[in-house]
Design a protein around this ligand. Structure first.
Ligand code: CDP
Length: 216
């Protein structure tokens, strides 16, 4: 079984996907984290903006997704990939065709013969157009910035809500207007607006949708 959860930054995808995975005993794959890993490597190597070098870097990219976190070249970088510097640059990296081809390939291999819930921007449109269930999560941008602020404030120094809000708007724009696999709702995805709902309510709504599809 494949469940695809797409939507813009801060709409609640990863929180909900993790809970549904636990409830239904599915494996969860955070595809955004994969683009963040590529971005972190490009930052570490000082090659941001150099398309040729970024594409070349993909040949010796070693990323691992383990139960206890995300690994880049054998180092657990789960915290680093959430830092503002990564958020500021990830949408430019994710717009590169070669980067997407490699990530989509890894996502499909990872999901082979497993029951998986994946969250991202292009899961229902490109990665798994035949997914069993497709959800498109949305929420008001101010509310999304609020949620991201609460998440980051205890972990990252000097977070400012205005900057988070600007970053969310900027990423929404790049992600939805890029040429390669732009963020958009698949025709057969069900849209869920999470703006004024709590986590439990969204989770139950999605579990209900999955049940309606006779998938559990
Ligand atoms: O968690 P948040 O909503 O901040 O974003 P994320 O899921 O970690 O994704 C980070 C970035 O990766 C997005 O802004 C997209 O540019 C890119 N992305 C993508 O292009 N395709 C995906 N399937 C997942 C993420």
């Amino acid at each position: 079984m494949i469940i695809a959860i797409d939507g813009p930054a801060g709409s609640g995808k990863s929180t909900i996907a993790k809970l549904i995975a636990e409830d239904l005993g599915l494996v969860y794959l955070d595809t955004g984290a994969m683009y963040r890993l590529v971005t972190l490597k490009a930052l570490n190597e000082g090659i941001l903006g150099n398309l040729d070098k970024i594409v070349k870097m993909l040949d010796d990219l070693r990323i691992d997704i383990k139960k206890n976190g995300f690994y880049l070249d054998d180092t657990n970088v789960s915290e680093e990939i959430r830092k503002p510097i990564v958020s500021e640059n990830v949408s430019d990296i994710a717009a590169i065709r070669e980067v997407r081809e490699k990530m989509v390939d890894l996502q499909r291999k990872f999901s082979e013969s497993k029951n998986v819930i994946l969250d991202g921007r292009d899961i229902g449109t490109v990665v798994f157009p035949n997914a069993d269930v497709k959800i498109f999560l949305i929420a008001d941008a101010k509310e999304r910035a609020n949620r991201r602020y609460k998440e980051l404030v205890s972990k990252v120094e000097n977070v400012k809500i205005e900057e988070i809000y600007e970053n969310i708007l900027k990423r929404d724009k790049i992600d939805s207007t890029r040429k390669e696999s732009p963020l958009k709702k698949a025709d057969d995805a069900i849209e869920v607006d999470t703006t004024s709902k709590n986590i439990e309510e969204v989770k139950n709504e999605i579990l209900y949708i999955i049940k309606q599809k006779n998938k559990i």
